[in-house]
Design a protein around this ligand. Structure first.
Ligand code: ADP
Ligand code: MG
Length: 240
């Protein structure tokens, strides 16, 4: 589903992604961790075409992102993205937030989109919150609306960039639970997170990045119990 081959990216003179080789199969869950500034966000932003790159290759669900004619609009329909800040439309209800893109981008009828949207809001535990506006919802509820909004486009891949790091501690699990069930249903996911419990539970692989490079790739159990590099050991001693 996702194939990076020797990908390199610079921001001016800053070499922000270095020789990235990574492939993610359909249904796989890959957790990306590493210190702040190591390139995690930039890496996953490349996957839905938010960041151009200068060298190497990236193919996502058959879309070659290096080609000049890359059909980014089509690609973005296949790739959902959930950020740290929920970015809901403040003047739309939860249900309207979820159905807007399916109606305007996918061309669903309002009735179809609302059926789908209601089912998804139920699935994320917000059956009784559909008519609420974002300011009437807690952070954890808003983030679950944001996840339902992405899912309503029926993406093939979901990207998460520190989805729980803006949340109060008591709300983290309600969001992680939704992500766990998504993973168990077979969604292809790349997740930037420091929630090591989540990684242990559902990640097929953990990738540790430092200074723009993938320093270590391992299954979660061996990563946590026996990290190979000095830098990942140092990182784990800080987050665990
Ligand atoms: P992480 O998500 O691991 O914290 P980022 O991918 O956000 O790291 O950033 C990697 C590096 O690229 C950092 O040094 C950051 O300051 C830099 N960077 C990120 N975005 C930009 C940008 N738009 N322009 C210039 N430098 C950037
Ligand atoms: Mg980041």
């Amino acid at each position: 589903m996702i194939e990076f081959t020797n990908l390199n990216k610079w921001f001016g003179s800053l070499h922000v992604l270095k020789d990235i080789d990574l492939s993610v199969a359909k249904g796989e869950v890959v957790v990306v961790c590493g210190p702040s500034g190591s390139g995690k966000s930039t890496l996953i932003r490349c996957v839905n075409g938010l960041e151009p790159f200068q060298k190497g290759r990236l193919v996502v669900d058959g879309f070659d992102l290096g080609s000049r004619s890359a059909r980014l609009r089509e690609l973005r329909m296949e790739v959902g993205f959930v950020f740290q800040s929920f970015n809901l439309y403040p003047h739309k209800t939860a249900l309207e937030n979820v159905t807007l893109a399916p109606i305007h981008v996918r061309g669903l009828s309002k009735a179809e989109a609302e059926d789908r949207g209601r089912a998804l809001l139920e699935k994320v535990g917000l059956a009784d919150r559909m008519q609420n506006y974002p300011h009437q919802l807690s952070g954890g509820q808003q983030q679950r609306v944001a996840i339902a909004r992405s899912l309503c486009m029926q993406p093939k891949i979901m990207l998460f960039d520190e989805p729980t790091s803006a949340l109060d501690p008591e709300m983290i699990n309600e969001v992680l639970d939704v992500m766990v069930s998504l993973a168990r249903e077979g969604m292809t996911m790349m997740v930037v997170t420091h929630e090591m419990g989540f990684a242990r539970k559902v990640a097929d692989r953990v990738i540790f990045m430092d200074r723009g490079a993938i320093v270590e790739t391992a299954d979660p159990e061996s990563f946590f119990t026996n990290p190979r590099s000095e830098r990942s050991r140092d990182f784990l001693s800080k987050v665990l």
